[in-house]
Design a binder for this molecule. Sequence first.
Ligand code: EPU
Length: 457
Amino acid sequence: MDAFKIQGGVRLRGEVQVSGSKNASLPIMAAALLSSGNSVLQGVPDLADVRAFTQVLERMGVRTKRAGDVLELDASSIAQYEAPHELVRTMRASILVLGPLVARFGSAKVLLPGGCAIGARPIDQHLKGLNRLGAKIELEHDYVLASAPGGLRGTDVVFDMPTVTGTENLLLAATLARGTTVLRNCAREPEVIDLVAALCAMGADIEGAGTHEITVRGCTELRPYIHRVIADRIECGTFLIAGALAGDPLTVVGGVGVVEHQMALIGKLRAVGVEVDIDGDRITVARPSTIGAVDVQTAPYPGFPTDMQAQFMVLLALGKGTSLVTETIFENRLMHVAELNHLGANIRVEGDSAIVNGIPQLSGSTVTATDLRASACLVLAGLVADGETVVRRIDHLDRGYEHLEVKLRAMGARITRFTEIQARTSVRHPRNRQRLGNPALKPQVSLKVGPYSTQAM
Ligand code: EPU
């Protein structure tokens, strides 16, 4: 497993370019399944999740070609309507193939995504919606089988909660259903709007993206798309927090929607005393003389993103005063608290909330990433902690941040990637703490590091 070694206390300056959005790319890649011919997706980030999803599609028979940030996908001849087991296990977003496959071919078989570190993450809303569209849904062992030999038919679907990939899956399916589908209580995230833009480029007839009610008039056939994906708002937000922690100053340069999608975060940055200067698609931030305290509650877009909660907590950990951070989307997304406390932070978890008592300085140590956004949080903490911080298990980070250490180094950060050899058991991993407390369960820890490398994932 790879890890980062970070020398803290270095100020960051200059400009950083935001990559294309991971969570917009994945559903738009799935949209390529809806037509024959060559779809062209531009601005696709080079990430582990994108590579895994490309493989999922390839194994079904989709021909793919990647050149720089352009990914071509041709689903003219699909060999199997089944997502391969071992690949789906590695990424929950694979469920996004269910809607397009059953809509175009009348049949789909996908491994049930299990829970993951941040929560149970059920898919009942996806299945209920597809069933409303006329698909027969069966669960067989660990698989979801969806079939609609006569095709899907338009109907009304009301989501119990706004679900991002649930809305996307139903949008993908409804484009090829007979008649009109009205989706209510939809997610309004920018990634949903971007998917709709790509579907409209394919000839779909969709109204209401970005609102809670989306109407899809189904058509019999779609053509391939040419589409540029929006900028990654979570990567952008992560760099804005890096700027607020260590910027001297730091300018984040984005693509489509980069400023508009940051308004909730920018509001909170200003509330803790960070000056945010917006000029077109460039956002400049610097570390203020004092960081303040503010309460934050995650919410669906346009509220404060759950995907930014961990990173923003680093700022609050260094704020003057006490802040309350409440996670309302996922039930287990405060695992980074224990790791931040290991760096000296004073944070207490109570139910879904973290009570953050700001301290003047974090101190470097070895910490372990537990999920994608938690790993970004620990990297940010390492950038400002005293001395050296090692962030282990950055395979999580590689799923969603394109060349993060390369970008940070270009701004002045002292961060290197290295491979941990024979690190069979993480001493610092929360799961292993209990074992370590019990001599009978004590693992044999063999932790050697090296050789150093600066590979960019
Ligand atoms: N939910 C259900 N049933 C469903 C679907 C969702 O109960 O059928 C619940 C979830 O358990 C959760 C809430 O609804 O409590 C919202 O979940 P949502 O479905 O919106 O999440 P998702 O689509 O699985 C996407 C992103 C996540 C991001 C969330 C929330 C992708 C591939 N993933 O997940 O991104 O946190 O929306 O904005 O788009 C990340 O990038 O690190 C990440 C986890």
